[in-house]
Design a protein around this ligand. Structure first.
Ligand code: ADP
Ligand code: MG
Length: 245
């Protein structure tokens, strides 16, 4: 790979009790790369995202971010969480805070920005995700697609080195999926490093540099999207694609 690695997993193993949920995972995400992770339900995709963000601990192996091992705890861990933003299926906005407050809050608490600086940055980001006019509304006054775009703006407000998306459009009504994918496409185009778990194969084909196919806790294929979709190598991937395409 020509680009510098940003996220590197080497021989990562994780268990939930007896369940070997991540098995010998080797994965490198280069700076500016977009990696789409697909695979059957229960294959370990969410666990992989949570592991990269140290929301989960691992049994063995190593994870590096920008050349440095992931911190175990304390301030360094909080810093890591700010450097690797995460966007979930459920938007997890604070219901009793306005859109602007939702985007500004962690900037003040974690990034130690002054409130007016944070609000200025929030308004820029809300403009970038097409929500400048909605800054003073509450989450419940927005559609699901709009709420997810607020969640993306909030993640961007930390100036993350990478963003992880775990099925960001799965909870949305069909007519709202594209507005979120378009924001993600734009981020990809602007050079953000992204790991995206999604069932949106159109997004995978157009935005991904690589597709990682997982099954039973393993990375089964890791290839350019066109190769993967036209010539899946494994039986598991062929089977999976035949069900969703
Ligand atoms: P995916 O996101 O690909 O659907 P997950 O990473 O959510 O898969 O789950 C992988 C496996 O780990 C599944 O068998 C799931 O039931 C199990 N699992 C996930 N979270 C936990 C947990 N907190 N405790 C025990 N088992 C879990
Ligand atoms: Mg999942």
């Amino acid at each position: 790979m020509a680009v510098d690695p940003l996220i590197e997993l080497r021989d990562v193993n994780k268990y939930y009790g007896e369940l070997h949920v991540l098995q010998d995972i080797d994965l490198t995400v280069g700076k500016g790369e977009v990696v789409v992770v697909i695979g059957p339900s229960g294959s370990g995709k969410s666990t992989l995202c949570r592991t990269i963000n140290r929301l989960e601990t691992i049994r063995s192996g190593s994870i590096r971010l920008d050349g440095k091992p992931l911190p175990e705890e304390g301030r360094a861990l909080a810093q890591l969480r700010a450097e690797v933003g995460m966007v979930f299926q459920s938007f997890n906005l604070f219901a009793h805070k306005t859109v602007l407050q939702n985007v500004s809050l962690a900037q003040v608490k974690v990034r130690k920005r002054k409130k007016n600086e944070a609000d200025k940055r929030s308004r820029e980001l809300l403009d970038r995700v097409g929500l400048a006019a909605h800054a003073d509304k509450f989450p419940a006054q927005l559609s699901g697609g709009q709420q997810q775009r607020v969640a993306i703006a909030r993640a961007l407000a930390m100036d993350p080195k990478a963003l992880l998306f775990d099925e960001p459009t799965s909870a949305l009504d069909p007519e709202m999926i594209n507005e979120v994918l378009e924001v993600m496409q734009q981020l990809a185009h602007d050079g953000m490093t992204m790991v995206v778990v999604t069932h949106e194969m159109g997004f995978a084909r157009t935005a991904a540099d690589r597709v990682v196919f997982m099954a039973d806790g393993r990375v089964v294929e890791d290839r350019a999207p066109e190769d993967f979709f036209t010539h899946p190598e494994s039986e598991r991937a062929r089977d999976f694609l035949s069900k969703i395409l």
